[in-house]
Design a protein around this ligand. Sequence first.
Ligand SMILES: NC(=O)c1ccc[n+]([C@@H]2O[C@H](COP(=O)([O-])OP(=O)(O)OC[C@H]3O[C@@H](n4cnc5c(N)ncnc54)[C@H](O)[C@@H]3O)[C@@H](O)[C@H]2O)c1
Length: 340
Amino acid sequence: MEKVKFGIIGCGTIARFHATAIERIPDAELFGVYDGWRPGAERFITEYPAHIFESLEEMLSCENIDVVCICTPSGLHTEQAVAAMKAGKNVVVEKPMSLSLADADLLIKTAEETGAKVCVISQFRFSAAVQEVRRALDAGAFGKVVSGSLSMKYFRSHEYYASGGWRGTWAMDGGGCLMNQGIHGIDVFRYLMGEVKSITAITKTQTRKIEVEDSAAAILEFKNGAVGTIQGSTTCYPGYPRRIEICGEEGSVVMEEDSILSWDLPIECNLPVGEGAKNVASSDPKAIDVSGHVRQIANLVDAVKNGTELMAPATTGRPPLEVILGIYESSAKGARVEFE
Ligand SMILES: NC(=O)c1ccc[n+]([C@@H]2O[C@H](COP(=O)([O-])OP(=O)(O)OC[C@H]3O[C@@H](n4cnc5c(N)ncnc54)[C@H](O)[C@@H]3O)[C@@H](O)[C@H]2O)c1
């Protein structure tokens, strides 16, 4: 098989990370792009040469496209991913893959029915630091895990929210500091701490003129018995790196973004400890490293060409959504939400 050919839908900020990742993968090639706003696509192809499609339908019926990257506002992801899979395409979908559990289930079911290969972008879960902590957890190095905390005190300006009409809306962003910025941390936290038993939370909109929350605090109980907290914000000036603490009765770890700050465990850490965060988007959404996208998209290319296993198939996009929507539900009801 020759190179795997990509189409990108939505030519905004994150699409540039997809196009750069595709450029860096020897077996991948960007074939064409589509944006609902044609000048956006025209500007994009001056940076990343490709064919411009005039509609989504035209891209989906093009035989040259093997994989579609969905880089549009979040409220469009499920509908466009489902249309792409039904047209016989494989899919890379940006986070969040859906804004409701019903939509997440539809996306997962469509992937099963069509056999399409789906990659849900959750680039931080596969960072070396997170995988190193996962290895320590699997080795039992923490003893019983008793407590975890996730802090995401970020800053996004009024100008950031004004930069796209969809930002900060329920219909297209699906939520605020948790559903948009915080989903990465929640994905990692949930991956490391395990399934959630109950959530009690408060979300608020304090300073930003948006429909969705700019502040959130939640108390969690995990099915393994541990307790935990999540704090999220987009209105904490100047914004601090994401911090995750996982504590066990025999050892603990502190992570800052993609680095390990403290490693107090009875097994060796294979990474540098205490160097501080390198990959920080706490006050600048573009300050993310492209290597996470390269890793995940290269994995999809391998799966399409050689049938290898996907790192983050559609099912892996559901657990962080469940936590975020549970936080919203608890806050709206003013009550604890229990999970089965
Ligand atoms: N993985 C990450 O770290 C990361 C970072 C930033 C954004 N994202 C996600 O990527 C998505 C896009 O965010 P962004 O910051 O790039 O947004 P953006 O506003 O910069 O870009 C969105 C693009 O989609 C186009 N568009 C809108 N409606 C369309 C439609 N119906 N059909 C085709 N094109 C359409 C817009 O014209 C725009 O060019 C969001 O879901 C966001 O959550 C992920």
